[in-house]
Design a protein around this ligand. Structure first.
Ligand SMILES: [Zn+2]
Length: 201
């Protein structure tokens, strides 16, 4: 088996590759990811994250999400899948939506596949109504914007949910989702696999 990022044959590079051979990334690629678990309150809800959104994480995510390299699906939660299952016991993962066009172009639901390895049943009750572009706007404008998200007709949510996304950048997607959940009375927590450096201050 080869590392899905650098193509190096796994198991020949280092002892770590042999010992942890089911990681889809080789040790050299894995250590480029900056593991840093953080937790903070986001709009009144506890948000946890596992990685700093650095260049290595971002290029893996782009390859998976934008170039449709589906084989990378297990790389993101490989280190934290058991922690996730344990931390969110009793919570149902609720996935952030992509626009229909993006998901059709990709051919698979990238978050659903990403969270499969946690062994938890996930829900996708949201629809992203439009992809308002953030290009050409100031940072303050981007922060103030929230993505237009709605709940699918007839969507039923359990009592405890954890909103899940791959990365928190401006937080606008999550803000949009929370807005769509205004009538919901259950408990909401948030998990993003990574967070941009802005959230580490
Ligand atoms: Zn590699």
């Amino acid at each position: 088996m080869r590392c899905l990022m650098c193509e190096k044959e796994l198991g020949y590079g280092s002892l770590t590759d042999i010992l942890f051979g089911d990681d889809p990334l080789c040790h050299a690629c894995r250590v480029k990811w900056k593991k840093k678990r953080i937790r903070f309150m986001f709009e009144g809800h506890l948000l946890r994250s596992s990685y700093v959104y650095n260049e290595a994480f971002s290029s893996c995510l782009i390859r998976y999400k934008e170039l449709g390299d589906e084989a990378l699906k297990d790389a993101f939660l490989y280190e934290d899948k058991n922690w996730f299952r344990h931390t969110y016991r009793g919570y149902t993962p609720v996935l952030m939506p992509s626009t229909k066009e993006k998901e059709e172009a990709r051919g698979f639901s990238h978050l659903a596949r990403m969270f499969e390895c946690t062994g938890k049943e996930t829900l996708s009750p949201f629809v992203k109504l439009s992809d308002r572009t953030q290009k050409g706007r100031t940072r303050a404008e981007r922060l103030a914007m929230s993505v237009n998200i709605g709940l699918k007709e007839g969507a039923v949510l359990p009592d405890k949910i954890v909103l899940c996304d791959d990365v928190i950048t401006t937080g606008s997607t999550l803000r949009g989702a929370l807005k769509a959940l205004e009538g919901y009375t259950g408990k909401i927590e948030i998990y993003t696999v990574s967070a941009t450096s802005l959230w580490f201050r």
